[in-house]
Design a protein around this ligand. Structure first.
Ligand code: DQA
Length: 150
């Protein structure tokens, strides 16, 4: 099973950036926690962080041919990127949208996700655990939907 993990803009600064909102864990810490879960479940992860919308879109297009599912924290693109939404729709894989913070408790502009309608589910507000729970849930979903060998 192959899963693409995408981290959007500014998430390279995790641990340094507004730690009272996003926590003190770094992106490397989160990726290590995801890699440990993947190892336990025999899943291959490919992980990309980018501050550029086009790079995230390119990774999604590429994932059409190899990925079984997508775990994505789109950062602020969540709230306005129709291009990323179209790329997720075109990729057409089970996708979990994750957020460290509870975006609904924050500024009004964060209350909308233009991506949510093309995602399978969302996990948010649990800090780094949003990622680990999101990945665990995605793996379970993919396992359940896996065509069984004859
Ligand atoms: C975020 C929430 C977004 O509103 C924000 O722009 C981010 C991080 C989160 O993980 O809580 O960059 O996606």
């Amino acid at each position: 099973m192959n899963i693409l993990v995408l981290h959007g803009p500014n998430l390279n600064l995790l641990g340094l950036r507004e730690p009272h909102i996003y926590g003190k864990e770094t992106l490397d810490d989160i990726n290590a926690a995801l890699a440990a879960i993947a190892r336990d479940h025999n899943v291959e992860l490919r992980i990309l962080q980018s501050n550029h919308e086009g790079a995230l879109i390119d990774a999604l297009h590429d994932a059409r041919t190899w990925a079984d599912g997508v775990l994505i924290n789109p950062g602020a693109f969540t709230h306005y990127s129709y291009a990323l939404r179209d790329a997720l729709a075109a990729t057409d894989k089970p996708t979990i949208e994750v957020h460290l913070s509870n975006v609904h408790k924050r500024e009004e502009f964060r209350h909308t996700s233009v991506l949510a309608p093309v995602c399978t589910g969302q996990v948010l507000g649990l800090g780094w655990r949003s990622y680990t729970l999101g990945l665990t849930g995605l793996i379970q979903l993919l396992e359940q939907n896996k065509p069984h060998a004859e």
